[in-house]
Design a protein around this ligand. Structure first.
Ligand SMILES: Nc1ncnc2c1ncn2[C@@H]1O[C@H](COP(=O)(O)OP(=O)(O)O)[C@@H](O)[C@H]1O
Ligand SMILES: [Mg+2]
Length: 256
């Protein structure tokens, strides 16, 4: 189980996370929605131990990774696959080496098994025969999918996805949605998915939660989200520029 309690994070004078509480039960897919700049990526990076919060705790299977030894942090991180918002592939490695990275370092699979797993994971995200290419030779969507294949290749118990369908066409987005659903169904993967893609959220989520200015302001099932009276959530899921979430009124012509 992943349990986040009262997490605060400040950058300079800016409070990015202001007392976040979050619990993800085993086998569950939790979707986090929220406007750009709400703190979603910072929250995921805090959960995976890449950012240390100023206050609060992050427990991965009862180990508080904000206070444990670096050895225990490393053990906890081995249980988590992380799909970065911006793919974050190793530029000097080709696609095969990128996807095989965790398999070589975190598992005892032999070379043949690693080869098979890499091919299988790339096929799962709709990519074939591109093992020899470098990240610079891939489109944005392909990089994203290689990042996804890399994150799930060593079959981690938890997978954190940061905007996994952003920049993908609708068909590829649905392939990724089904991949996330199947990982939960067949491998009992527990997931946290940050997304702006409401259609995807409704399809994959057991629960949807909304982060607004560093605070969790909503938590409900997809059905409850669809029918909520919470104005912030309604504005977000309906994609409206009118509502409590401030948009820059001076943008373009401003008010007409
Ligand atoms: N390393 C950093 N230093 C200072 N501010 C940061 C840093 N990383 C993120 N921020 C700020 O934190 C806020 C939340 O960022 P982020 O979590 O990336 O938002 P999003 O919800 O869009 O993923 C933003 O205002 C961003 O500018
Ligand atoms: Mg982000």
């Amino acid at each position: 189980m992943i349990k986040v309690e009262n997490v605060h994070k400040q950058f300079g004078a800016k409070n990015v996370l202001c007392g976040v509480d979050l619990e993800v039960r085993d086998g569950e897919t939790l979707v986090i929605i929220g406007a750009s700049g709400a703190g979603k990526s910072i929250l995921l990076k805090t959960i995976v131990g890449l950012i240390k919060p100023d206050m609060g705790s992050v427990k991965i299977d009862d180990v508080d990774i904000t206070k444990c030894s670096s050895l225990d942090l490393h053990k906890a991180q081995k249980k988590i696959g992380y799909v970065f918002q911006e793919a974050a592939l190793f530029d000097s490695f080709n696609v095969f080496e990128n996807v095989a990275f965790g398999l070589k370092n975190l598992t005892s699979l032999n070379e043949k098994e690693i080869n098979q797993r890499v091919v299988q994971c790339l096929a799962m995200v709709g990519l074939e025969k591109i093992e020899h290419l470098k990240p610079s030779e891939l489109s944005g969507g392909m990089k994203k999918r290689v990042g996804l294949a890399r994150a799930v290749a060593y079959q981690p118990r938890y997978v954190l996805y940061d905007e996994p369908t952003a920049g993908l066409d609708p068909i590829m987005s649905d392939i990724i949605n089904n991949l996330m659903i199947n990982l939960r169904k067949y491998l009992q993967v527990t997931s946290i998915v940050v997304t702006h893609d409401i259609k995807s959220a409704y399809k994959i989520a057991d629960r949807i939660t909304m982060l607004c200015k560093g605070e969790m302001i909503f938590n409900g099932t997809p059905e409850e989200t669809k029918h909520t009276k919470n104005e912030y959530v309604r504005q977000f899921v309906e994609g409206s520029s009118c509502g409590p979430i401030n948009v820059d009124k001076t943008f373009g012509m401003g008010r007409i």
